[in-house]
Design a protein around this ligand. Structure first.
Ligand SMILES: [Mn+2]
Length: 208
């Protein structure tokens, strides 16, 4: 049963680029955008290191999230992180941030462990902060934060293969373009090439 993606496409415009470190085919970064009961879930994952080991850890993490959200009507973000932490004990670890956009409630729920950047750009700009550590290795506290959400807000997430400090003016200028073009422009400008790099841009589609 894979109708989720269609529902997501109807509701959200998503622009995403993920590319392995220069010279590698295995990509230790991964992302996931899924329709769930509570709203739209976006997750960005960076497997520690690079190459096959990192890709394997990221793949297991994605599968764990899918299994977890499909087997539960309701779940907490904290619970989701603990499930991933358990699943990654025997492999290398990952860092991850997860956003759940609750469109009807006008809220975004966020939790992150390790170095993934998340920004909510719109009527109110938020810069959710992750806690430290590595999932599957030394994850400690997972803290869930809630932010206001308004239709049209842009969710931007990226791994550390994208240089931090994306220029605010550039971002605001790009906001009038579609999500694929925004992701593309930011990737071209900010991807390092020295690490796996992933950027995800998501925005609710305007209802006609
Ligand atoms: Mn990285």
């Amino acid at each position: 049963m894979r109708t989720d993606q269609k529902v997501v496409e109807m509701k959200m415009g998503v622009g995403a680029i993920s590319r392995a470190k220069k010279g590698f085919t295995a990509n230790g970064d991964a992302y996931l955008v899924e329709e769930i009961n509570q709203g739209i879930l976006i997750s960005l994952i960076d497997g520690i290191g690079h190459g096959d080991h990192a890709e394997r850890a990221a793949t297991i993490c994605v599968k764990t999230i899918r299994d977890y959200i499909r087997s539960r009507e309701d779940f907490t973000l904290t619970g989701l992180f603990y499930a991933c932490d358990d699943a990654l004990r025997a492999t290398d670890g990952v860092v991850m941030a997860v956003v759940i956009i609750k469109i009807d409630e006008g809220r975004i729920h966020f939790a992150g462990v390790g170095n993934i950047t998340t920004r909510i750009i719109g009527s109110e700009n938020s810069y959710p902060i992750s806690t430290g550590g590595i999932i599957g290795y030394n994850m400690q506290r997972v803290i869930e934060h809630t932010y206001p959400y308004t239709s049209g807000d842009l969710i931007l997430m990226h791994s550390d293969g994208i240089r931090s400090g994306i220029n605010r003016e550039l971002l605001l200028r790009l906001c009038s373009q579609d999500e694929e073009r925004i992701a593309d422009a930011l990737f071209r400008e900010y991807a390092r090439g020295t690490d796996d790099a992933t950027i995800v841009v998501a925005r609710e589609r305007r209802s006609e």
